[in-house]
Design a protein around this ligand. Structure first.
Ligand code: FAD
Length: 389
């Protein structure tokens, strides 16, 4: 059987793989992207209307990557002729003694020359009366925070990639991978594709794909859920008036202004889901998450409390330290890999761009040392887990 030949193969066309296909094609590479389900499916990590994008992050490496993320989205938006990022301002808030201290975020932004405001509870209540918080709460406001229109952005990557000549194949699971010297052949049913470079962006299916290379990582796939409440006081949550926000405590919650679903606001818990197998996970509600989120809303955002009008389940692929993996494989430098650790959509385009650097240049100018595969925690079989970010 003869193989179709390309410069690069992208395995997985969710948020990150679609970004990689776009940036590879933009750099002139002949690229094939392969997706096991239909493009835009809801079985992985990247569906639904919205994801938070923010410069406010816990280390300078993330803040620097977030700056590059905004630039990357601007490029895609221009190519796709569509707005993909909606700036709302971003508010990190929580109890002064909360489990996720704000000082680290402030220090990382200081190190990267990012402007922000420190707000006490009266200032937060005055600006956004929807927050029914006590005086023990404080916050950081960063004006560039906002929303990436997730499904729209993935479609934009795919559309722009195709326009640049990328061949995107859907409903095609990669079932075999053979490495032969500098050449990689992947098999999809009766068809095979060959290229000198492979990019793995398999999200929750990273573990079975990495098995083809004899690589095991301590990953945990969890089933999360987004909850849309028909807010009683919708005006207080209008886009343009209300920010994206993250509750910096354990449990951690986050939410959006009205966006994507009419007359409803999305609020949920971060990393509150149970471990699942991505092939058998089911799509049913996790009542424990619903209960925790509803209680939080009742206490701190009572104007958002109303009937739940939509509930969407979605997967996280978690590393034990919640940091990304962006690297080439130790014994196969022509294979690069990204794992998003449940907070990567905002970075989907810039990670895709970085993967295109790794594939086409053998390295990247971006500082991705913190996301290396050889970090000690990824070598442990039962590592300690820290999922708060
Ligand atoms: C509820 C929820 C809320 C989130 N909120 C935010 C947020 O506010 N901000 C933020 O930045 N991030 C957020 N995230 C995280 C972010 O969405 C993910 O990190 C990101 O979407 C990961 O994209 P991915 O491409 O790695 O995974 P996926 O989108 O799952 O893509 C992987 C793809 O690979 C395909 N694939 C796997 N194996 C094969 C194979 N063998 N052959 C062919 N195809 C294969 C899969 O079918 C899949 O389409 C959230 C995630 C969830 C679930």
């Amino acid at each position: 059987m003869s193989a179709e030949r390309y410069d690069a193969i992208v395995l997985g066309l969710g948020g990150i793989g679609s970004g990689a296909a776009y940036w590879l094609a933009k750099r002139g590479a002949r690229v094939v992207g392969i997706e096991q389900f239909e493009l835009g499916h809801a079985r992985g990590e990247s569906h639904d209307h919205s994801r938070i994008i923010r410069l406010s992050y816990v280390t300078p490496a993330y803040v620097a990557l977030a700056k590059a993320a905004y630039a990357a989205w601007a490029g895609v938006a221009a190519d796709a002729d569509e707005q993909l990022v909606f700036t709302t301002g971003g508010l990190d808030l929580g109890p002064r003694d909360g489990a996720i201290p704000l000082d680290g975020y402030a220090a990382a932004m200081d190190a990267c020359d990012v402007a922000y405001e420190r707000l006490d509870a009266p200032a937060i209540r005055a600006r956004w009366p929807a927050f029914a918080i006590g005086d023990d709460v404080h916050g950081l406001f960063q004006a560039d925070g906002g929303i990436v229109a997730a499904e729209r952005a993935t479609r934009a990557h795919q559309r722009a990639a195709r326009k640049l000549g990328a061949h995107l194949v859907e409903n095609a699971a990669v079932t075999a991978i053979a490495i032969d010297g500098g050449s990689i052949e992947v098999q999809v049913g009766g068809v095979s594709y060959r290229a000198p470079k492979l990019i793995v962006a398999a999200g929750p299916w990273s573990a079975p794909v990495l098995q083809h290379f004899g690589l095991t990582l301590p990953l945990e796939v969890t089933k999360e859920q987004a909850i849309y409440f028909a807010a009683r006081d919708l005006a207080g949550f209008a886009l343009g008036r209300f920010p994206v926000w993250i509750w910096m405590d354990d449990p951690s919650f986050y939410g959006f202004p009205e966006f994507g679903e009419r007359d409803a606001v999305k609020i949920t818990q971060d990393a509150g889901g149970r471990a699942v197998d991505p092939d058998t996970r089911g799509f049913d509600e996790d009542p424990a998450i619903t209960a925790r989120v509803t209680e939080f809303v009742r206490r701190y955002l009572p104007g958002a409390l109303g009937p739940i009008v939509r509930l969407k389940t979605c997967l996280y692929t978690l590393t034990p330290d919640r940091d990304f993996v962006i690297d080439t494989l130790p014994n196969h430098p022509n294979v690069s890999l990204a794992i998003g650790a449940g907070h990567a959509f905002k970075f989907a385009s810039v990670i895709g761009q970085t993967l295109s650097d790794l594939a086409l240049d053998g390295g990247t100018q971006r500082a991705i040392g913190d996301f290396a595969l050889d970090r000690p925690i990824l070598q442990m079989s039962a590592p300690p887990k820290t999922y708060m970010v």
